[in-house]
Design a binder for this molecule. Structure first.
Ligand SMILES: [Zn+2]
Length: 355
């Protein structure tokens, strides 16, 4: 016990001595970047200020601000508060299994309020009869931004309208970084607190409101199709983004079946965007492989990026990505019977003229 006391005193004396030495040797700093404020500077020594005591006060503030390693000590204080007082959240820093973890997005009340307000506005406007483009224009005019501060568009409005998570538990704080050095992002599977909107709020959108919107989406889609024609919905509309030029892919019916094709490539040609079309059947099967079904498209992912070399990148809500490669169908496999017959005839003709 005695040895421990001596050791403690020696360590502390050393630390205090080093701090004092560092304070004298290091130049004073003017601002603290992490606190975003100017630091107190050495006060002017005047007889008056010493007499009325203000010099002492100022000197104390100066020494506190210019104390070496104060940034490090601020971090230590955060850990200390966590350890000793069991404080669960100190600026988003958490200690789990001796690891210091930091939440990537610390829940900010104004952000949650904006999310609730925007979502309500989108649902209300749509049920009042407004179109997707008008709603997007309205929100942009009110300086409301979509995710990551981006302006609203047709597809982001549709995504909100189709997102059923607003009717239930909305899970925030889905990722955290492992530590400050690696900055590796990890899924928050409950190691750190997760914030359910419903813990303190009503669901953003009531189930009735959500169902009414789904009915309305269907009604509007039906209105645009001719009676008697089978209603076709394209779950990939606005979802597939060209990795080459950034435009959306659109559906195109070809002799060999439906394909999804970059709109730049489709209208301007290969010189403007050398992207490749994807057969719809392949797009569907890969999506089912990644998500289970195409129904989950709007709930789980923000975009499918079509990259070079038959690569599809599924971008999830939480920022993670899943990369998939697809195989070209062999030519004969994608040919219809008529096409095979036409090829046979052509081959026959060719052999006749040659022979
Ligand atoms: Zn393109």
């Amino acid at each position: 016990m005695k040895l421990r006391n001596i050791l403690t005193s020696v360590v502390f004396s050393t630390v205090i001595f080093l701090f004092a030495a560092a304070h004298i040797l290091l130049p004073d700093r003017e601002i603290s970047v992490t606190e975003r404020r100017p630091l107190d500077q050495l006060p002017k020594f005047t007889m008056q200020s010493v007499m009325n005591g203000s010099y002492g006060d100022k000197l104390e503030e100066y020494l506190l601000d210019q104390f070496p390693l104060r940034e490090k000590l601020r971090n230590l204080k955060a850990l200390w508060q966590f350890e000793v007082y069991g404080q669960s959240d100190n600026n988003g820093i958490y200690l789990v299994d001796d690891q210091v973890l930091k939440l990537d997005s610390i829940l900010k009340e104004d952000e949650v309020n904006a999310l609730i307000s925007n979502t309500n506005k989108v649902y209300e406007s749509y049920l009042q009869g407004m179109g997707l483009v008008s709603i997007a224009k309205l929100l942009n005019a009110q300086s409301r931004t979509s995710r990551y501060g981006r302006p609203w568009g047709k597809s982001s409005i549709m995504r909100v309208l189709r997102n059923s998570t607003y009717t239930g538990n909305l899970l925030l704080q889905k990722t955290y970084s492992e530590n400050h050095l690696t900055k590796r992002t990890r899924q928050n599977n409950g190691e750190l607190p997760q914030y359910h909107i419903t813990d303190s709020h009503e669901p953003i959108i009531s189930l009735q409101q959500f169902n009414a919107v789904q009915e309305e989406i269907k009604r509007r889609a039906d209105k645009h199709t001719h009676p008697g024609m089978k209603q076709k919905t394209y779950p990939f509309t606005g979802m597939v983004v060209c990795g080459g030029c950034g435009k959306h892919y659109r559906r195109k019916v070809t002799k060999t079946g439906s394909v999804w094709i970059c709109s730049t490539f489709n209208t301007m040609g290969k010189a403007y965007c050398p992207s490749k079309q994807i057969p719809e059947s392949i797009l569907v099967s890969i999506t089912e492989e990644v998500l289970g079904s195409t129904d989950a498209l709007y709930d789980k992912i923000t975009a499918i990026r079509a990259e070079k070399d038959n690569t599809l990148v599924f971008c999830f809500e939480d920022g993670s990505e899943t990369v998939k490669r697809w195989q070209d169908r062999s030519r004969t496999e994608s040919w219809t019977e008529e096409m095979k017959e036409a090829a046979r005839q052509k081959a026959l003709e060719r052999s006749k003229t040659n022979g």
